[in-house]
Design a protein around this ligand. Structure first.
Ligand code: FMN
Length: 371
């Protein structure tokens, strides 16, 4: 189906692989890493979505995978600058998909050009230190200057940043987020998707390349130990129910400890809006990392699951977003002890080359359900 360049020089292969090794540090829902890259002429890359990594239950409109492509592109752009290359990004180079899913065409074509005048982006240093911190945050307030830095960290068309640290707002939203998690996990398909990527009772082991373990989930120290014991003592046959209860309890604690909430909204909800929101989100998260601020995305309330309608209305009223806008990302912010970064696939696994295209890339996902 897809063509690639068999004769690219080793030098060009190397620079693209080097840049991609930074792109893969991008965030994605449940760390699924739904990206596939095709190397074309010496300095051209096409980014595709890897449909075998989709989460049809949790991400029924595929909005989240497009957002994570935006984050991937942002990392790529920053890494290219650092290497002295200009990255020209053409979103949906063959046709504008509107709101439809079109996995056969690239989300973006990226053309690299060597340029001695490229100014490195200071956020480069944080590509591998940015991570989602799901631990409980301290009551420390976020200084106003930090918020200005987050709000000014990106410049994407029709994409805006919102924020509130107001105590009654936080309390009300924390309640909504717990309820949203209950609704998300009430569906067995969505719950199974969670449990196939989150390893609740153990840490990430070497060899695992996606998802995350108990420490990335914030279950560390005595709390982590107690949760592990509780799950193990849970009668066989009820383990899924116990895991679900644990995830909901944890969401409540996490949301309650937020020092503030932030969100990214777009005017319109086309695929290109979602990709741009992903680029903006990645810059906000990298900027937070550069300022020593923890960030944790909490998206269930943004999804159109049956039963979410009323909560969604209340949430939109609370943040005062107009009907013309879509909230693409919602996250809590605060200070915390360091959390744990999650694993990634090696670049070679997502690059389509003449060899692995003919042999087929093994993308089988091996679930780690707790039952
Ligand atoms: C579109 C999107 C939605 C996400 N939703 C959630 C969420 O609801 N809850 C959560 O804990 N993390 C969420 N995340 C964070 C991912 O789980 C995280 O990025 C991934 O596990 C990789 O880990 P890292 O961010 O630490 O590198 C989301 C990330 C993206 C890009």
């Amino acid at each position: 189906m897809k063509m690639c360049d068999c004769n690219a020089s080793v030098e060009h292969q190397d620079i693209r692989h080097r840049i991609l090794s930074h792109s893969v540090a991008a965030p994605s829902p449940l760390n699924i890493q739904p990206w596939s890259v095709q190397l074309k002429e010496p300095l051209i890359l096409d980014l595709f979505l890897d449909t075998e990594r989709f989460l049809p239950g949790i991400d029924p409109t595929f909005r989240q995978v497009y957002i994570s492509s935006g984050a991937f592109i942002e990392n790529l752009d920053i890494a290219a600058r650092e290497a002295g290359y200009r990255a020209e990004v053409s979103l949906f180079p063959f046709s504008w998909p509107g709101t439809s899913l079109d996995p056969d065409q690239p989300v973006a074509r990226i053309e690299l050009t060597a340029d001695d005048h490229m100014v490195p982006d200071p956020l480069f240093s944080f590509l591998h230190t940015r991570y989602t911190n799901r631990r409980i945050y301290t009551p420390q307030e976020i200084p106003p200057g930090t918020i200005y830095s987050l709000a000014g960290s990106f410049n994407q068309q029709f994409t805006s940043f919102g924020f509130s640290a107001e105590p009654s707002f936080r309390k009300e939203l924390a309640g909504y987020l717990k309820r949203a998690m209950e609704i998300e996990l009430a569906d067995s398909e969505r719950l199974a998707e969670h449990l196939s990527y989150i390893r609740l009772t153990h840490q990430t082991r070497s060899g695992q390349q996606d998802g995350y373990g108990s420490s990335e989930l914030g279950l560390t120290g005595i709390t982590g130990w107690l949760s592990g014991i509780r799950l193990r003592l849970c009668p066989a046959g009820s383990k899924t129910r116990c895991a679900k209860a644990l995830l909901i309890r944890l969401t409540q604690k996490q949301a309650d400890s937020a020092a503030a909430f932030g969100w990214i909204a777009t005017k319109g909800n086309f695929r290109h809006d979602q990709v741009r929101a992903g680029r903006a989100y990645e810059r906000v998260h990298l900027t937070a990392a550069s300022l020593g601020l923890s960030l944790h995305t909490m998206t269930p309330i943004l999804e159109p699951y049956p039963g979410m309608e009323e909560l969604c209305h209340k949430f939109r009223d609370l943040i005062g977003i107009p009907d013309t806008h879509t909230v693409q990302m919602l996250f809590r912010l605060g200070f915390s002890v360091p959390g744990s970064p999650s694993v990634r696939r090696p670049v070679k696994d997502l690059v389509m080359t003449p060899c692995n295209m003919t042999e087929g890339i093994s993308r089988a996902h091996h679930p780690a359900v707790t039952n």
